[in-house]
Design a protein around this ligand. Structure first.
Ligand SMILES: *[C@@H]1O[C@H](CO)[C@@H](O)[C@H](O)[C@H]1NC(C)=O
Ligand SMILES: *[C@@H]1O[C@H](CO)[C@@H](O)[C@H](O)[C@H]1NC(C)=O
Length: 449
């Protein structure tokens, strides 16, 4: 992540929340805005206080009326145009461009209380022991109960008895899982034979990515075990790293995963212009962000011993206009994995596959989540053996669309609005980390053959 949070002495005062939220919003729904304004005050941060003040005025800014208008407004929003933007700058640009209408702000605002993000879900123990599942697996540092209760399973989930493919959603950095997927892939079951669950990671995945991977490893083996069939994963951003780490160090997960579908993954971390957490950027200094630097120990460890090559059929979708992960085009794109194990890898760079067409246009790090090619390939992968295939798609039709046909304008705006939550989570993370966590014993001993 490029993080350049400039802080100057400016204390933000009380926020008239009712004005932002309108009359109908429940009083309890004050989390996001309270968090942002408290963080602005605590850190004396001008970018955060500007964001809060723009949110206060968001109601009076006209909202785009089509996805095309929204993407154009997004492309020209000042936060995305500025070089060296931070997540907070970008969130502010999006807000100032009218991309956060009141009903979306109201939903995002309640995210900390939302059951969608609960770490306390109750599920029965699996029939067969999976903790651990194999002697070759790395040891877990967390209890089985902790790992299992982080899995969110919707009431409609069929446990494989309905013939549907179970799909596990793994979130990215700084946004809780249930909120991340609310506007996009939680709806996958409406358009294809997929049955979706998701993994809620503590502190919005800002803690140690090695521990985040434990949740992923356990979830793969739990869901495939209770469904008696292999499962698929759709990840976003850091979720791709967590999944690849789980596949490397918990080999028992490989036969349990029929497809790994990675949206905007940073398998090589992201290039940063200076030190990732210089003094003024203290707001955003967290373990998993430090681990996602291009040269971090975590990235080097993951990529060693062919960890930069796929373990299962892998479908990777990424965009040149990713504002968080860089580079995201050309031979050094962070999203790339090789295929030395011949399991099947497809690298879907939106702008190369749909050049000059709507689906190859301005899609951000989060924009990939509503892109039509991303949806078409994900569905193709889940419904066929091996990774997604472009030759099975009607590319003329898919590239001609702006949004996945399963979604609408609200889903686009809601997904972009997720950056507001990232700003709040980064602004409140404690304790700030000075360096990345040590590499865990099983990985520093060269495991994961
Ligand atoms: C399908 O769509 C309906 C209506 O939008 C929604 O209520 C339902 O939860 C969706 N189902 C799934 C599995 O996403
Ligand atoms: C990719 O990275 C290599 C090694 O750092 C560098 O030499 C090369 O110029 C890069 N290629 C591009 C297209 O940026």
């Amino acid at each position: 992540m490029r993080l350049h949070l400039i802080s100057v002495g400016l204390v933000y005062g009380a926020i008239p929340l009712a004005r932002v939220l309108g009359q109908t919003s429940p009083v309890a729904n004050i989390n996001l805005l309270n968090t942002l304004s408290n963080a602005a005050e605590e850190h004396e941060s001008k970018v955060l206080s500007n964001l809060v003040s723009d949110l206060q005025q968001a109601r009076s800014i006209p909202t785009p009326s089509t996805p095309e208008e929204a993407l154009s407004a997004l492309q020209h929003s000042s936060g995305l145009l500025k070089a060296f933007s931070s997540v907070v700058d970008i969130a502010q640009g999006i807000t100032a461009a009218g991309l956060v209408p009141p009903e979306i702000l109201s939903f995002l605002n309640g995210y900390t209380d939302s059951k969608l993000n609960s770490l306390d879900n109750r599920h029965p123990a699996p029939k067969d022991a999976i903790y651990p599942k194999s002697k070759r697996d790395a040891p877990y540092s967390l209890s089985e109960g902790t790992l299992r209760s982080a899995i969110h399973i919707p009431k409609t989930f069929g446990y494989g008895r309905n013939g549907k493919t179970p799909v596990i959603l793994i979130p990215g950095t700084a946004i809780p899982s249930g909120t991340t997927w609310y506007y996009t892939f939680s709806k996958l079951g409406n358009s294809t034979d997929a049955d979706v669950v998701w993994v809620n990671l503590p502190r919005a995945s800002l803690n140690d990515a090695q521990v985040n991977a434990e949740y992923v490893a356990y979830a793969i083996n739990y869901i495939s075990s209770v469904c008696s069939k292999p499962t698929a994963i759709i990840s976003w951003s850091q979720g791709g790293l967590n999944t690849q780490w789980a596949l490397k160090y918990w080999p028992s997960t490989r036969p349990a995963l029929q497809d790994f579908i990675a949206m905007s993954p940073d398998f090589h971390g992201t290039v940063v212009e200076a030190v990732i957490c210089p003094a003024l950027s203290y707001i955003a200094c967290t373990p998993s962000i430090l681990q996602q630097a291009w040269t971090s120990q975590f990235i080097q460890t993951l990529r060693s011993s062919s960890g930069d090559s796929a373990y299962v059929p892998t479908t990777i979708i990424y965009s040149s206009f990713d504002e968080i992960v860089e580079p995201m085009s050309g031979p050094n794109a962070s999203a790339l994995l090789t295929d030395t194990r011949n399991v099947g890898v497809i690298l879907a760079h939106l702008q190369s596959i749909c050049p000059g067409q709507p689906a190859g246009g301005f899609y951000t790090h989060e924009g990939v989540l509503y892109n039509p090619l991303a949806w078409a390939l994900a569905i193709d992968a889940i419904t066929h053996p091996g990774p997604g295939s472009l030759t099975r798609l009607d590319l003329k039709q898919v590239c001609g669309m702006t949004m996945a046909p399963e979604l609408d304008l609200t889903d686009l705006l809601g997904t972009e609005g997720l950056l507001l939550i990232a700003a709040a989570e980064l602004g409140t993370y404690e304790p700030q980390a000075a360096r990345e966590p040590c590499i865990v014993g099983y990985a520093s001993n060269g495991g994961g053959a």
